[in-house]
Design a protein around this ligand. Structure first.
Ligand code: NDP
Length: 396
């Protein structure tokens, strides 16, 4: 018996709700979001009365608590936006619910993400005997679980970690983002940052890049960007000497991004337009394609994994663990593209790990702190099979 409340009815929320509804460990399922009609559409597609729906403003703790007190969730799966992480965690503490998310907190007025805000909840979750699971999508999420699996089974010490994220899909649009445009553009336009010898090295945006080969895809130009799981992984695996995150971008995408920045449309500060206050990047989101709508014409694959170098029994080894996900297959199963699919499946599986009592603890946890084995044992059957390669050229 586990009552699950999902917050956020976007692309990711759609996949999470389908996977949670299909899992009998969850006795009661509710999807709540800012726009109730979007929740109703997701629930109607699932059918029957399996999924209840509600309207909620997740920026408002009192409103969240009212909903939590009536539905009484055991676990709240937050797939709204990173801005809502802290209010949802506050409501969980106030009403005694456990918590899971896929992206770390970001303040609206500063394009800056780090775990400190959420790690600061450690004592409060501990005191209440509640579990908060941070970053349980694909990256962050499965990438950290892959690292935990490598550390558990294949290495005595991990020395070099390179997370590689390739989207070789084509949606046929001149420019679109694969998840929430506002969050995505804030993420990819910031300075690059990686960890080396105990320090963070900051680069200009997209300054470091090289072609990398991705399985079943081929060569793609890959760029070092900052990504949040690096922060928790270097803390939880102190033997790491260098940790980087690489993401592929096409030239067309980068050109659009540069123009968007140059003309001020990536600004996150409010401006007055016709007497009304608007935030340019939020306006841009309103005119860009909805990521959820990209699925129908999306072809090709994503390939996300970890390339690791380290020591086992005194010898140096390399290891590559990854998943490839096909946009068309993801769409056929869930009506969403592979980026929503690869995020939603791990979030639903992480919640079921908690519901089964396999991932429990009082406090705030990043996913690599739990046992990776039961999670990875089920990930393939949930639609994200993974592959391991030993002692191969990892290129990084
Ligand atoms: P969408 O923008 O498609 O969906 C977000 C949903 O949250 C929308 O339905 C939106 O409502 C709702 N929402 C926004 N603000 C509020 C609020 N104040 N109260 C209630 N609901 C609200 O985003 P995605 O589905 O693409 O992404 C969801 C999350 O997943 C994001 O946090 C993103 O960063 C994360 N993510 C994580 C990845 C990973 O691998 N770890 C990868 C991709 C995404 P409305 O419909 O009214 O706008």
């Amino acid at each position: 018996m586990c009552r699950a409340l999902i917050i956020g009815a976007g692309g990711v929320g759609t996949v999470v709700t389908q996977k949670v509804a299909a899992n009998p460990i969850f006795s009661d399922v509710m999807l709540a979001s800012r726009t109730k009609s979007k929740c109703d559409a997701v629930a109607a597609a699932i059918g029957g009365d399996r999924v209840k729906t509600a309207q909620v403003d997740a920026d408002n703790v009192a409103e969240l608590c009212e909903l939590f007190r009536s539905f009484k969730p055991d676990i709240v799966i937050n797939v709204a936006l990173p801005y809502q992480d802290l209010t949802i965690m506050d409501a969980c503490l106030e009403c005694g619910a456990n918590y899971l998310d896929t992206a770390n907190y970001e303040p609206k007025d500063e394009a800056h993400f780090e775990y400190s805000w959420q790690w600061a909840y450690q004592d409060r979750f501990k005191e209440k005997g509640l579990t908060a699971i941070l970053g349980c999508g694909f990256d962050p999420g499965v990438t950290a679980i892959f690292t935990a699996y490598a550390a558990k089974h294949h290495f005595d010490e991990i020395h070099y970690l390179d997370i590689v994220d390739c989207n070789a899909g084509n949606h046929g649009k001149a420019f679109a983002t694969n998840f929430n445009p506002e969050i995505n553009i804030r993420e990819v336009t910031q300075k690059g940052r990686y960890y080396e010898n105990g320090k963070w090295v900051v680069t200009e945006p997209h300054e470091i890049h090289k072609p990398l080969h991705y399985p079943e895809i081929g060569e793609r130009e890959s760029y070092v960007i900052y990504h949040e799981e690096l922060e928790s992984l270097v803390k939880n695996y102190p033997t790491i000497k260098r940790a980087r995150f690489w993401m592929t971008f096409g030239q067309e995408y980068l050109t659009h991004l540069r123009v968007i920045q140059d003309i001020g449309m990536a600004r996150i500060d409010p401006i007055i337009y016709n007497g009304v206050e608007i935030v340019p990047i939020q306006f841009l989101k309103a005119v860009l394609p909805d990521p959820k709508s990209l699925g129908a014409n999306y072809h090709g694959k994503t390939s996300i994994g970890c390339r690791i170098r380290g020591i086992k029994d005194g010898k140096e080894h390399t290891y590559y663990i990854y998943n490839n996900c096909d946009h068309e297959k993801a769409y056929a199963e869930t009506g969403t593209q592979a980026v929503s699919f690869t995020t939603g499946v791990p979030a639903a599986l992480g919640a079921s790990m908690w519901a089964k009592g396999l991932w429990r603890g009082a406090g705030v946890f990043n996913v690599e702190e739990f046992d990776p084995d039961p999670f990875l044992a089920e990930l393939g059957e949930q639609g994200l099979p993974w592959v391991e390669k030993f002692d191969v050229d990892i290129e990084v």
